[in-house]
Write a protein that binds this ligand. Structure first.
Ligand code: 13P
Ligand code: SF4
Length: 311
């Protein structure tokens, strides 16, 4: 049996569900039971009856699975698959920031550790951040962390003035504005699709700003035949599969010869590690009970609001 067949065979035998984020390698996505954005992955984990969840993504995604599905064993192919954005928000520092601003409700992007979620009122993803922020009364003071770019974007579209934590994703911060401008000139008919973790100057050139799922959905619905894609390049796999007759052009980062439009943490997920992980049931992601008990509340809050809004 080849590695993919062995993975599928073991997953069935062990009643394991394999979840993968759009930013993983194409062959990882192809062997998964479900591929989605952060919101869809959390929604899937909340509903699963599997004994094992193999989360092919990054560590905070596996933590979210464990928090929402504590009875399952949650595995991750490589424990080193962290997230620069989550790392830019140490829990103790964030708790101090929250304490220094009494009267504020705390909104945290899902790209955070469980310990940050434990001091949060409601979690958001890029797929529901705008709607969840708008669900608060306009005069409610809000803290938003850790992504300053997403926070600035939500402030701009909602007219709020949320206090922002100064964090960022190293992949989305590095897209080259100059290369994007040049690509637009070379492909005047193309639509520009931008993830909201990108800097404001890049977002300004977008035809569509949205989560990975939203950008993918747009490529299917749009009559346009060419798209310039300003997010992690793993998403191109699903875009090309869904629309083989359309052209997708990734935007390179500033540094010449650097593959920074790939998230090196997402790329730690490989078929060989997935197989080993299912064979050994290691590495497992666990969370101290006191943190998990507090972190589940803002995540459930997010899922409730999202389901009420049909997101
Ligand atoms: P999505 O909410 O689009 O899945 O984004 C997750 C992420 O890590 C972006 O860098
Ligand atoms: Fe984190 Fe950025 Fe990688 Fe997304 S692309 S997982 S935000 S480091």
């Amino acid at each position: 049996m080849d590695t993919k067949s062995l993975i599928r065979h073991l997953a069935k035998e062990k009643n394991a569900v394999i979840l993968a984020h759009y930013y993983t390698e194409g062959d990882v996505q192809d062997v998964a039971d479900f591929v989605g954005d952060s919101l869809a992955l959390a929604q899937k984990a909340a509903k699963t009856k599997a004994d094992i969840i193999l989360m092919c993504g990054v560590h905070f995604m596996a933590e979210t699975c464990k928090i929402l599905c504590p009875q399952a064993k949650v595995l991750i192919p490589d424990l080193a698959a962290t997230c620069s954005l989550a790392e830019s928000c140490p829990a103790e520092d964030f708790a101090e920031f929250v304490k220094a601003h009494p009267g504020h409700k705390v909104i945290s992007y899902v790209n955070t550790s469980a310990a940050v979620k434990a001091v949060t009122d409601v979690v958001v993803t890029s797929g529901n951040a705008r709607e969840i922020v708008e669900s608060f009364p306009p005069d409610q003071p809000l803290i938003f962390g850790p992504d300053r770019n997403l926070g600035e974007y939500i402030n701009s579209v909602t007219g709020r003035q949320m206090l922002l934590w100064d964090g960022a994703c190293h992949v989305h911060e590095r897209f080259s504005l100059e290369r994007l401008i040049a690509l637009r000139r070379e492909h005047p008919g193309a639509e520009v699709l931008v993830h909201p973790e990108c800097k404001g100057a890049v977002r300004k050139l977008a035809d569509v700003v949205g989560s990975t799922a939203r950008l993918l959905g747009h490529t299917k619905e749009s009559p346009c035949k060419e798209f310039i894609v300003v997010t992690e390049s793993g998403i191109l796999h699903q875009m090309r599969r869904a629309c083989p007759d359309k052209t997708f052009i990734p935007v390179p980062p500033d540094e010449p010869g650097c593959a920074c439009n790939e998230c090196q943490y997402m790329r730690l997920n490989t078929l060989d590690k997935m197989l080993k992980c299912l064979q050994t049931e290691q590495p497992e992601v666990t969370i101290p009970t006191d943190i998990a008990e507090r972190a589940v509340l803002p995540i459930e809050q997010m899922l409730d609001i999202s389901s009420r809004l049909g997101l």
